[in-house]
Every structure is written in structure tokens, then in C-alpha cells.
Design a protein around this ligand. Structure first.
Ligand code: GLY
Ligand code: MN
Ligand code: MN
Length: 503
């Protein structure tokens, strides 16, 4: 008996040891088995060079990493880098500063440089809890920077900001915390404010508001000259047109999102909850390696679809309602923005189909207007003209002004690293990617025939502007009412996915 117990013990022991070895090998292979299709360090460098060429003479631009945001107590939200910072660096960790000089600088050793990045210091204990940090060496190796320091070096950087004609940065959001970590974002921003005598600048700005222009200029000349608006415009100008490398990632994000819509069309049934529908989309995203959603997923059944950014997704059963699904996968930073509206029953009712087909017709007109030389207003004008006319013809709206309440948002915006990507709102050019997303929303209680109440339809596609005309990147998700009904008849693998009932 004892021998038997010893045998069991040895067996358990060896199993535990081999299990531990197995876990370690999994961890090692997981480290190796990472995605390798991120933007290249050459891409980020080319963006810094492009920005540098546009900086005012004798200026310096400072960018801070996004803050870590707290969810509750000792739990933070998943970290997401500031899109401008990511665009220029590829660095995905918090507590970092990027400094770009318009002209070459010479250091004490006589070497010239035109940019510096200060990164989060490596820390064995911290990395055991929250994961690997690139540190100075990793930032040099992986991101191709030459001048890299730990954040602590920025606290006394020795950069003489007073020698520049302009110090450029973006307004501080003031939503960062002072943690116990040395050189956290709070310390970095505080140090920067001290180095540029920020309080003095603010005091002067306040005083200038009360002084005549001439007198104000004299006082301004004594302080470091700063600007918090130029960088937004310069970055918007760069980011609004996508490079081939960016397009590869953005197109992947859009295709993943469209395929998610297809799978849901096959799998959806009236007993599902809004959250369950959301879960199917997001599972498909993960299956394709998308890290996040580009914005909180919107799944609104019936009247809930009338709330433009409805993110509660709390309705327990979608019944036979129309379901408005506006979701976008984020792939390596780039986010899609795709909406489909489908009948949970698999068939549009007569009233639902009338409204749906109007939105489709408006979207077709909007897509046709998404051509080089037009503006973001052009798809909106084209789509709105159709929706206004049809709503008035159906007696839902009394006139164009009244129709606005049923289509209260714009039709187009750029997408990219942000779902609402910055742009200069000028003429459309090749390699811009915009949405075309008309909608009609008729909430319960609207001043029209009740047969229309609770109908909400938005159709949103992501359109690449090209020399040959608009290209619909989200083409894989059916758009016409007929094509949607046909796809919804197909079987889904999820039909046989059964879980035990919980009391
Ligand atoms: N998903 C947000 C929007 O369509 O703009
Ligand atoms: Mn959109
Ligand atoms: Mn959307």
C-alpha cells in the first residue's frame, strides 16, 4: 500500500515537474510566436522625418505618451497608446516622451541628433506583474531610435527650451495620476512644465487677455514662445493620407469587421441578447488576431438602434426587431467602422424594408460621391438629398428641416489609427479612407405614423479613395436587403454551440 502511495506521489511529482516544464516551454514559444506584421521602424522614422520637414524653423516638438487610465481600485483599463505618439514612434508603452527638433542639434561629444525618445525604465519586478518592457536597448533595437534614455533623464533633460523660436506640444488633458513610479507621466509633464516655465506662460496669457495688443506682445517676448495647436494640424495633414504599409493593416481591420458581420448574419436568431450578438462579432475579431475593438461595440435592437452611440447592449432578447450593429475591429492600431442593420427574424417587414432600401439608395449615392476632388461634405449632400426627399414623400418628415431629426449625424469621416481620424477637411485625395454611413432613426413617439416607430437603420462602409474611383473595403458584408436575407438563410457553425443552462 505504502509502495503504491509512493508510486502515486512520484507519478504526481513527475507530472507536476513535466507540467511546469510544459508551461515554461509554452511561455517561451508564446514569446516567439508574436505577430510580426506591425508597422516597420522605417515607417515610423519616415513619419518623423515628414513632420520635421514641416516644423517651423528653430522649433522643437514634444509628444507625451497616453496616460494609463484607472478602471477601479488597483485595476487599470487596457493601455492604449496615443495615436500620434504611436504613428511617430511605434512605442506601445506608457510614461514616455518624444522630442523632435526642426534642425540638427550637437551634443557635448560633438555628435549631431535631431530627435530623442525617453522611455519607461526596465524593472524586473514590475515586468513580472505587468509584462515585458522595451527599455532603452529594446527601443534602439526594435524601433530604430538612436538617442534613447530612460524617462528619469527627462526630469533634468538639460534641453534649453528658451533657445527655440517655438516650443510645440499638445494641450495637457490633466487626466494623469501621480503614481509611486519615478518618471511616470505625471513627473514627466511636471518637469516639462517647469522647464518651459509653464505657469509664467499661463499668467502672461491671462494678463495679455486684459492688455492692448502692442503691450501684450512685449510681455510675450520675454517668455518661451509656445503653441498647442500647430501639431494637431501637422499630424492631421500627415495621417489623413495612408501609406501602403498603413493600408495593409487598415484593410485587414475592415475585412475582419465585414467577415464578423457575415458570421452574425448567419448565426443570429430571435432568442439572442444584444450582448451575445456583440460577442460573436468580437470573437471573430480575436480569431483573426485583432487586439481590440476600435470603439465600444454598438448593438441596438429596435428602438435602441435610435441611440446613435448605444453601447449598453443590455437587451436580453432581440425578438423580431431590426438589429443595428456598428462595430469595428482594431488591428495593430488601425480601426475599421462598419455598420449593418439586419432583421433578427431573417426577413425585413414591409415597413422596415421601405426604410432600409431608402438608406441603401442614399448610401449608394454617397459612395458614388466619394471621389478625388470632392470634400467630406459631398457624400453627405448626396445621401441627405435622397433621404430628405423620401422621408417627405412618405409623410414621415414635413420638410427638410424636420427630416434632420431622423438623420441627425454627418455621413463621412476619415478612419485610421482613430475611428474618427484627424483630417484637414479639405479635398478628398487618393489613399484616404472614409466612411459613408447614412441612417434613418425613427424613435418611439415620433410625430409620424406609428407603423414607422422604433425603426432605426444605418449602413456604414469604409471607402478607399482611388484614382479609379471609390473602392468599398467592407464589400464582404452584404448590403442590399435581398442579399442580407439570402445570407441569413445559411447555416452557422454556432447553431450547434450549446452551453449548460444556469439557474
Ligand atoms: N462608430 C462610430 C461612427 O460611426 O462614427
Ligand atoms: Mn463612422
Ligand atoms: Mn460606426
Amino acid at each position: 500500500m505504502i509502495i503504491f502511495r509512493i508510486q502515486i506521489y512520484i507519478l504526481m511529482k513527475t507530472n507536476i515537474i513535466s507540467f511546469c516544464l510544459f508551461l515554461v516551454s509554452l511561455l517561451i514559444s508564446a514569446q516567439k510566436d508574436l505577430p510580426n506584421d506591425y508597422l516597420s521602424s522605417e515607417f515610423h522614422k519616415s513619419r518623423r522625418d515628414a513632420l520635421r520637414q514641416q516644423l517651423p524653423k528653430n522649433s522643437v516638438a514634444i509628444f507625451f505618451a497616453n496616460p494609463v487610465r484607472n478602471r477601479a481600485n488597483d485595476v487599470d483599463y487596457v493601455y492604449h497608446q496615443d495615436p500620434n505618439f504611436y504613428y511617430l514612434t511605434g512605442y506601445r508603452e506608457p510614461h514616455a516622451v518624444l522630442v523632435i527638433f526642426s534642425e540638427d542639434q550637437i551634443n557635448d561629444q560633438g555628435n549631431s541628433y535631431n530627435e530623442i525618445i525617453y522611455v519607461q525604465k526596465r524593472n524586473k519586478r514590475a515586468e513580472q506583474w505587468t509584462g515585458y518592457r522595451l527599455g532603452v536597448e529594446g527601443t534602439k533595437d526594435k524601433l530604430g531610435f538612436e538617442m534613447v534614455f530612460n524617462g528619469e533623464a527627462f526630469l533634468n533633460s538639460g534641453i534649453d527650451f528658451s533657445k527655440f523660436d517655438k516650443v510645440l506640444f499638445q494641450a495637457f488633458e490633466d487626466d494623469y495620476r501621480n503614481t509611486r513610479q519615478k518618471a511616470d507621466l505625471f513627473d514627466l509633464i511636471t518637469a516639462f512644465k517647469t522647464q518651459i516655465s509653464y505657469n509664467e506662460i499661463l499668467a502672461i496669457e491671462n494678463k495679455n487677455d486684459q492688455l492692448e495688443n502692442k503691450e501684450a506682445n512685449v510681455i510675450q517676448n520675454k517668455a518661451i514662445s509656445t503653441d498647442t495647436r500647430i501639431l494637431y494640424r501637422l499630424l492631421a495633414g500627415l495621417r489623413q493620407t495612408k501609406t501602403p504599409e498603413e493600408l495593409q493593416l487598415l484593410i485587414k481591420a475592415v475585412r475582419i469587421s465585414a467577415i464578423g458581420q457575415r458570421e452574425v448574419m448567419k448565426a443570429i436568431h430571435s432568442n439572442m441578447s444584444e450582448a451575445e450578438v456583440q460577442g460573436i462579432h468580437e470573437y471573430v475579431y480575436k480569431k483573426y488576431g485583432s487586439e481590440y475593438e476600435g470603439y465600444p461595440s454598438i448593438v441596438g435592437a429596435g428602438n435602441n438602434g435610435c441611440v446613435l452611440h448605444y453601447i449598453e447592449n443590455a437587451k436580453m432578447t432581440i425578438d423580431n426587431d431590426l438589429v443595428l450593429m456598428d462595430l469595428g475591429a482594431e488591428y495593430h492600431g488601425y480601426t475599421a467602422d462598419v455598420t449593418r442593420t439586419i432583421p433578427a427574424s431573417g426577413k425585413f417587414s414591409e415597413a422596415q424594408k421601405i426604410i432600409y432600401d431608402i438608406v441603401y439608395k442614399a448610401q449608394e449615392a454617397g459612395i458614388a460621391a466619394s471621389v478625388i476632388g470632392n470634400t467630406l461634405r459631398s457624400p453627405d449632400d448626396a445621401a441627405r438629398e435622397i433621404i430628405n426627399k423620401e422621408l417627405i414623400a412618405l409623410g414621415i418628415a414635413k420638410n427638410e428641416k424636420d427630416a434632420r431629426q431622423y438623420f441627425p449625424h454627418g455621413t463621412s469621416h476619415h478612419i485610421g489609427l482613430d475611428v474618427h481620424d484627424p483630417s484637414l477637411r479639405g479635398l478628398l485625395e487618393a489613399n484616404m479612407v472614409i466612411t459613408v454611413e447614412p441612417g434613418i432613426y425613427i424613435p418611439e413617439g415620433s410625430d409620424c405614423d406609428p407603423k414607422w416607430h422604433g425603426i432605426a437603420v444605418r449602413i456604414e462602409d469604409d471607402i478607399l479613395i482611388t484614382d479609379e474611383g471609390p473602392v468599398n473595403l467592407s464589400y464582404e458584408a452584404p448590403r442590399t436587403s435581398e442579399a442580407i436575407e439570402a445570407l441569413m438563410k445559411e447555416k452557422s457553425a454556432l447553431n450547434s454551440f450549446k452551453l449548460p443552462k444556469l439557474d
